[in-house]
Write a protein that binds this ligand. Structure first.
Ligand SMILES: [Zn+2]
Length: 139
């Protein structure tokens, strides 16, 4: 995993599991927007999350990301909307806050994904890919 991320150069997307849901230009422009947000840039992987990532690897983290999104974000009316994503404890949670994929309200505001409807398979893939690209660029 380390060789993917040295020097903070973006890793090759094909090397990141689950990263194919967002195009390179779309990711570049999203990242620029996120960088201008004081709130979003506050989120960084802590020691615990980095260690977890190192141990489990990106493949496993990808499965967790899919699972979290399916359960916490995909329903039309997610439980605890706005508070369904903890602020720490898993690399995916941090990535969600950093990329504004933490709740349906943020998904609407930042990613133009409407609220009140179940996420489509394509939207789920998009959200997961945003998370995985952020994680791969941050580890
Ligand atoms: Zn949110």
């Amino acid at each position: 995993m380390k060789e993917l991320t040295r020097n903070s150069i973006d890793p090759v997307p094909s090397a990141i599991p689950g990263s194919e849901g967002i195009s390179n230009p779309a990711w570049t422009s999203l990242r620029e927007r996120l960088r201008r947000s004081k709130f979003r840039t506050r989120f960084k992987l802590g020691e615990a999350e980095s260690a977890y990532l190192e141990t489990r690897g990106l493949e496993t983290i990808h499965l967790h990301a899919r699972d979290f999104i399916l359960k916490r974000l995909a329903p039309a009316q997610p439980q605890n909307e706005g508070k369904q994503t903890p602020m720490k404890g898993h690399p995916v949670f941090i990535a969600q806050h950093a990329t504004a994929t933490c709740c349906r309200s943020c998904l609407k505001k930042w990613h133009r994904i409407p609220e009140g409807k179940q996420l489509t398979a394509k939207q789920i893939q998009y959200v997961v890919s945003v998370i995985m690209r952020w994680i791969a660029a941050s580890c």
